[in-house]
Design a protein around this ligand. Sequence first.
Ligand code: ADE
Length: 989
Amino acid sequence: MFSFGKYCVLFLLLKSILSDSGSSNQVVLLDTTTVLGELDWKTYPVNGWDAITEMDEQNRPIHTFQVCHVMEPNQNNWLRSGWIQRQFAQRVYVELRFTLRDCNSIPWVSGTCKETFNLFYLQTNEPLSAGTRFRPTDYAKVDTIAADESFTQTDLGDRVLRLNTEVREVGPVTQKGFYLAFQDVGACIALVSVKVFYKRCPSTLRNLAAFPDTVPHMDSSSLVEVRGSCVENAEERDTPKLYCGADGDWLVPLGHCVCSTGHEEMDGHCRACKPGFFKAYAGNTKCSKCPLQSSSHDQAATICHCDKGFYRAIKDPSTMACTRPPSAPRNLVSLINDTALFLRWMAPSDTGGRNDITYNILCQRCDGGDGSETQCEPCEPDLRFIPRPLGIAGTSVAILDFAVQANYTFHVEAVNGVSELGVAARSLANVTVNTRQAGPALVGAVRKDWASHNSIALSWSQVEQPPSDIVDYEIKYYEKEQEQLRYSSTRTKAPSVVVTGLRPSTVYVFHVRARMATGFTAYSPKFEFATAAEDPEIADQGQVLVVVTASVGGFSLLVILTLFLLITGRCQGYIKARMKSDDNRTRFHSGHVPFSGIKTYVDPDTYEDPTQAVEEFAKEIDPSYICIDRVIGTGEFGEVCSGRLRIPGRKDVAVAIKTLKGGYMEPQRREFLREASIIGQFHNSNIIRLEGVVTRSRPVMIVVEYMENGALDTFLRTRDGQFTVLQLVGMLRGIAVGMNYLSDMGYVHRDLAARNILVDENLVCKVSDFSMSRVLEDDSDAAYTSTGGKIPIRWTAPEAIAYGKFSSASDVWSYGIVMWEVMSYGERPYWEMSNQDVILSIEEGYRLPAPIGCPVTLHQLMLHCWQKESSQRPCFSDILTFLDKLIINPSSLLTLVNDSLSFPDSPEDMPDYPLFISIGDWLDSIKMSQYKNNFLAAGYTTLDSISTMSIEDVKRIGVCLIGHQRRIISSIQSLRLQLHHIQQSGFQV
Ligand code: ADE
């Protein structure tokens, strides 16, 4: 065997490398650097591979395997691992660290020395028995392993370590275990370590939910949905879920848990509130300090208890300080004039900590005092309190209808929301009033003049001359026998009245008082009069009259009602229609209502609150109806996933789900949802369809129909040359239909480009990406203009770039560019020219040449879309009509643009091509280096000489793949255009 020389010096260098312990999303099934005992790997033949075990300074073994029979021909040396149990792995990875000697550095071995070895594996359900013969044919090949870096004798001398690390995937492994085998065919190898592992998403805590270790799906593009369980003392809001990806990463967190009452979130767990703190509701809030006059002595308090003498009313929130009843009102005074008695007081000095104080007036009449014993009893029930006797919010009350010559005692009680809870004495202030000063009663006797069954006529005279003019009289009356006194009153200017609406055969009590400019006098004494008995004849007539009136009235009412409903039904429709169009008019985006009958687009920015726009135009989806399958991309706001929408009672729909990642601020959420409120307004088969939004739970999502073939530009690039011209025109037609609809709606897209067109399984193209502001951030093709706006230059009309004049006509320009992208199978417009050069070339009158194989008519349509004057461009309906004619008459598509280079729109002939780079450099730059020899052999040695090559020439020199032919021709076109521009701008080359 050839010697490794000072190979053992490598051990010292290897030690540090081997101490790498791997990442947490790997489960290691075998790591030769950590095996302390014998590895017991087998070699076949026994003198092929050598097992060498050295000890490190901690006396731990370092196992290596070496082989180096580089001098001898026909080597076939096998090294086989022990049996490795699969555990839960489905996809197993093998990481090999090895050094490999450069054959050139070993003399005399050119025929026999190799620089690769092979990795094999064999699956079994149990270890092979000790005597099993080694049969290479039982083993399946994983890969041939070559070194990125081989080492030489000099490296050994210099102690330079050229360690290679290679990782290979083995499997799928379905049996209980497997062996690895390494085949050497004549290389000089030292296998320094072998690590076998599988990936798993490690157990984690997310949104207060715990997710267990999870092994990814065998199919690397599928995700495993995992439901989390809430951590201790947390409760579920939306079902917490995570998705485990193939690389052991957790993706798309959905739902969440919140800490229960008495607990708050800390470091991903729910911790009990400390004494002195509390949390009354489950949620993502912190424990709060106990409010004033309350305390909690234990941990995990859900409420703080009030200190002695303080209370919490039923409706008081737990965050409010505890309070107590108020003290008594202060400075209670009374005031009396002829007819009214007023009480006034001041608020208590101690409100008890509340601001809901009201006052109750308790009244007692205490007569006597003229020698006899004073007797107190509740006041007369007909005493009137203005505004009311109980629950007065202000600090005064007026009392009317009191008796003259009486002693009243009024207690004013202050109460608040906790007065009823307290055991303290009532908070009263008292005042006693004598009503002697009230004005005398002017009305003496009241007479009954006549009575019918329902009315009584009364009259009266004055007892004395009034001190001033009488304004009117007030007559107060009530049924004598009624249990609960219900007063009525009426007024008259004359000293007589007919009181009507009385019940037959009923005794009524009347008393009368006069009103003068200064107020009421006292009441007259009370008089009792009865109504007459009812006359049955009159009563019957009355009833008939009532019935007739009712039936006639009922019919007319019915007729009127019917008419009313008919009219108002219409009117309501009319009013609604009016309102809606008014509404539109105020929010209208570009100021016109189209006659086509299509609704106009409403700019969500015109809503004061953009969430209103989302509510109006997008349906809210219950997140439990959404099943996420896989992540298909990442947008500015979060992951984009594919999945299914499973609304009960409806067919499953394949959907794409855009998510808004956590930690967003409100403006980002609005911006994200803005797109939904735009798409939600469009209903056209060539515009991406909005299924709905999830806004009431996290993560916020926008759900749209799923488009199986993804973005048009990448789709075409991967299917280069595979469609007929008619199929391509069909795609263009679809895009034109969508754009025609948008322009009818008054919507200007501003970012029409093949990357923003999605393609479904039937090649139907739909316009998507409606968040212009996202274009600014997210679209790598958008660049800042001199006015500060960010614009996708290559797709944008000159007037929009120069002074921001975006319109449907500028969308038409972009449509022309999309036509060019489609006909060139996803080529980049203007190739690698800089944005600045593109702008200047367009300004000078240059336009993109026809892509290879493009019908002349289509290129003419493109040129028409690229008219400098926006008014001269076709509109989308013209484009649609034009394409329809082409489709009906496909022979018009047969004339293709001449394959050779031509620049029909260039103002001058092209100057000679510069010779400052070589053919080789050029081919390298376009990653077509493999054709260097073809060009040289065909005599193309300078860039000058290739400038007139046609696609036929390219084919002829041996470039057979259509994609490569296109790339080469496109690059030649691009070079010519750039060169011309350089010369126009005054550069001498
Ligand atoms: N990528 C972004 N949106 C998509 C959709 N609706 N369908 C497929 N891929 C997409």
